[in-house]
Design a protein around this ligand. Structure first.
Ligand code: ASP
Length: 302
């Protein structure tokens, strides 16, 4: 049973294969005997891009999407995640996409007999976001080796920062960080923290992060205007970037906080390209986990 819960357990070779597969594109996917796969999408936290791009990927692969509504399900009667997953396995789902606020929620699902794709676990991991970020960087530079990626903003509370920092380092990129001291996390950054005005000049990729207010608790107040001025990608800072450098952000974007509104769609911005790539990599991940369910048949879309 292939699980896709954290990139820490996936080799560099498999990651590169997934990126190549995503880039090449995948046709419709079905099990031998033309049985269509069914995948349920369980989102216990809000989502726009991850949820809709998984649904789009499923549609393009001719997979049935089983919509699971947390607010009207037995989750409201206190059903555990494990029992919900066992139920969806019993009624015949072939794989599950799960987003959950609990860090490493998948550890309590080790004994289930259905592939789980992690759609984001609290401040833990976000493996498919990382894949789409990797694809975006690879399309640009054709390598990860020695590419200087600056991850900027709310590092401590961001699953995107955690997953990307680890995988980019493993693939040979040079990763540094900028942002307010109280949002740095030595387990992610080590000693590679630089002031934002220095970072923008050095970066090949400026990867901005959303301020994760939902994870700040009571001490989370930030003055957004001040943040933009002190740490954000202002128009003046963008002008300091190298000619070939690009801007990324996993979105949702707080315009004029992490990034000046005018820069969201500027020529360096790959923010919407990242979303397009989200569908491609999620198709590759669905294929990767469903392949283990039996012989897979490909059909050309006519
Ligand atoms: N969409 C990304 C996530 O789910 C980034 C964000 O929410 O800030 O982690």
């Amino acid at each position: 049973m292939v699980q896709f819960t954290t990139l820490n357990e996936i080799s560099n070779e498999t990651i590169m294969q997934l990126l190549k597969r995503a880039e090449r594109g995948i046709d419709m996917l079905s099990m031998s005997g033309s049985k269509r796969f069914t995948v349920a999408n369980l989102f216990y936290e809000p989502s726009t891009r991850t949820k809709s791009s998984f649904e789009m990927a499923q549609k393009e692969l001719n997979i049935h999407s089983l919509h699971f509504d947390v607010t009207s399900s037995s989750v409201q009667k206190g059903e555990s995640l494990y029992d919900t997953v066992k139920t969806l396995e019993a009624i015949g789902c072939d794989a599950l996409v799960i987003r959950h606020p609990l860090k490493a929620f998948y550890k309590e699902l080790q004994d289930v007999n259905i592939p789980i794709i992690n759609g984001g676990d609290g401040a833990g991991d976000h493996p498919t976001q990382s894949l789409l970020d990797l694809l975006t960087i690879y399309q640009e530079f054709k390598t990860f080796k020695d590419i200087h990626v600056v991850i900027s903003g709310d590092i401590r509370h961001s699953r995107v920062a955690r997953t990307n920092a680890a995988i980019l380092r493993r693939l040979g990129a040079n990763v540094s960080f900028s942002g307010p001291d109280e949002w740095m996390d030595y387990d992610i950054t080590y000693s590679n923290v630089v002031p934002v005005d220095q970072a923008v000049k050095a970066a090949d990729v400026m990867m901005l992060l959303r301020i994760q207010t939902e994870r700040h608790g009571q001490n989370g107040f930030i003055d957004q205007e001040n943040y933009h001025h002190l740490y954000g990608l202002t128009i003046e800072r963008e002008q300091q970037m190298k000619d070939h450098s690009i801007i990324m952000h996993p979105a949702p974007v707080n315009r004029n906080v992490e990034i000046a509104s005018e820069l969201v769609e500027c020529s360096r911005s790959r923010i919407f390209k990242q979303m397009t790539n989200g569908v491609k990599v999620r198709k590759a991940v669905l294929e990767h986990v469903l392949k283990t369910k039996g012989e897979v048949k490909y059909e050309n879309i006519v």
